[in-house]
Design a protein. Sequence first.
Length: 311
Amino acid sequence: MTAAHGIHVIDTGFQRPSFDAAYLVVESGRGAFVDCGTNPSVPRLLGALDVAGLAPAAVDWLVLTHVHLDHAGGAGELIAALPNARLVVHPRGAPHMIDPSRLLAGATAVYGEDEMRRSYGDIRAVPAARVVEAPDGFVVDLAGRALVCVDTPGHARHHNAIWDERSRAFFTGDTFGLSYREFDTTAGAFIIPTTSPVQFEPDALHASIERLLDHAPQAMYLTHYARVDDVPRLASDLHEQIEAMVAIARAHAGRPDRHEAIKADLDGLYFERAQRHGCRIDRARFRNILGVDIELNAQGLGVWLDRAARA
């Protein structure tokens, strides 16, 4: 699928169709990927080059929003196939691309060894000489087109959103939530926030969303999934839900079945909001689409509660 301004949306094939996107930005015969999916995604990204009429040697950059494996697991394999490309990543994420052992250990603790083998395979390190650290405000020059890295913690402390002045849009990684096309209605897109099992920080996420709005973006390009418009409404929805999720977590903080209780309330929160949005998906399909995200959001809230209790 191709969008305006030379932005190609690539379905990475991770988990299911229209779940996980990477992007190819083309400017004056040069290319930059934004995020890359997993190892099995790499042939799809190289195929997108064919569609765009670019050779692998014409790609100058792979820009990562953050190093979670659904965004960056295939980085080593992709960089190996792109002879002139350098990898751009938040300074906190750079060591994990050069030596992915800790990243793999953390992901294995969340998903288990079987799922890691099935979905991600062997993660290939990126040579240090090809890694560029991108602190807040770092500008990626794509044939004169500026892609600006904006530090946006909340989902993860090593997260950049990428501002493209040409399209007046952000590539948001996970900072601006999840919006699956199955939930679209005549009212537009439906959106929910996404935590992470290790670094969710609600106050930081609120602030990061506001920082994105400061640029008056006309659209957001989400990893999960693709372009959304009507940005102010979606931002308001995200703020409301972050607060509701925090309230749910606090209400169940002392329960022995905390995780399951949080999951049940998140399921209810999102389903009720989807219905109000005009979604007519039945409960079973709703849970099939959002089940993994609800599980991960509950984990993220639990880790946040535990960290707050230790502070």
